[in-house]
Design a protein around this ligand. Structure first.
Ligand SMILES: Nc1ncnc2c1ncn2[C@@H]1O[C@H](COP(=O)(O)OP(=O)(O)O)[C@@H](O)[C@H]1O
Ligand SMILES: [Mg+2]
Length: 274
């Protein structure tokens, strides 16, 4: 399988930081996969995201994106291929209207005006923001702001999209809408690699891969069914096992074996009813 991200022995210390924010982190992410990174506050998730988008230089170890090592020579071309949506909807606006904002990255690519207008419209439509193109971003709800941020990232046609707790500041309705939008985007663009940093363990239980960070180190990684077997280790890292996997474990204790491919309550229910 072709790799979108390969990280080997990655360490990073902030200036004046007393301990390493990342400490010998290694993992890889398949192209076109959906990977979740989970971990307690301060475990190094955002630092990792910032290294991957080329925002933090001076790291130790090796980072390869789309087969190319991330370094001073490759950073400009790689940056265009990796998009990020941050946690705080208010911190990612650069344009005075929604349309300007979606266009911002494209302007930097020197895209012709007519093509740009078309692209902006296409992604406003894809994210359900086509009626707000002339609106000032500050008047939008948190969920709408994150839609605009997603539209701006997607318009750049990235190979990798990183979501750093992109829904954690939204209310449940806003969160649900963004989650299903991301789901829809992934379906329509299967080659897009998504790396989602999340506190939502239910989301992580549907990922292709889960990586657990703890104090700057990878504690566990693998398919959700394998990672969530480590209840004790997760608890020590201040994380709990999602309901689905606690349920599967309880079934096992009753002697009912469940195939590891079942990764949703719906598929589990269907299986048990058979
Ligand atoms: N700008 C910074 N300067 C110094 N230390 C930082 C900075 N940003 C984060 N840290 C420290 O690095 C560690 C990892 O932080 P972070 O990557 O933000 O964790 P997470 O996103 O998992 O909550 C924490 O100990 C945090 O205090
Ligand atoms: Mg963070």
């Amino acid at each position: 399988m072709e790799k979108a991200i390969e990280v080997n022995g990655l360490s990073y210390s902030y200036q004046g930081g007393d301990k390493k924010a990342l400490d010998g982190v290694s993992f890889s992410v398949d192209r076109g996969s959906y990977t979740c990174i989970i971990g307690h506050n301060g475990s190094g998730k955002s630092t990792l995201a910032k290294v991957l988008i080329g925002l933090l230089g001076g790291f130790k170890g090796e980072v390869k994106l789309l087969g190319e090592p991330l370094n001073r020579r490759t950073i400009v071309s790689l940056r265009r291929r990796v998009g990020i949506v941050f946690q705080n909807p208010d911190n990612q606006f650069v344009g005075s209207t929604v349309g300007d904002d979606i266009a911002f990255g494209l302007e930097n690519l020197a895209m012709p005006q007519s093509e740009m207008a078309k692209t902006v419209h296409e992604f406003a439509l894809a994210t359900g923001m086509e009626k707000e193109l002339e609106v000032e971003p500050s008047s939008l709800s948190g969920g709408q702001k994150q839609r605009v941020a997603l539209a701006g990232v997607l318009a750049m046609s990235p190979d990798i999209m990183i979501l750093d707790e992109a829904t954690s500041m939204l209310d449940p309705k806003g969160k649900g809408e963004i989650d299903s939008l991301i789901h829809k985007i992934k379906k329509s663009k299967p080659e897009l690699t998504i790396l989602s940093i999340t506190h939502d363990l239910e989301e992580a239980s549907h990922a292709d891969q889960v990586i657990v960070l703890n104090e700057g180190k990878v504690l566990l990684s693998g398919e959700p069914s394998a990672v969530f077997e480590y209840e004790e280790e997760l608890r020590e890292a201040h994380l709990e096992v999602p309901f689905l996997y606690r349920f599967i474990r309880a079934l096992k204790q009753e002697g009912i074996e469940v195939p590891p491919s079942l990764n949703s309550l719906e598929s589990l229910e269907e299986y048990l009813c058979r």
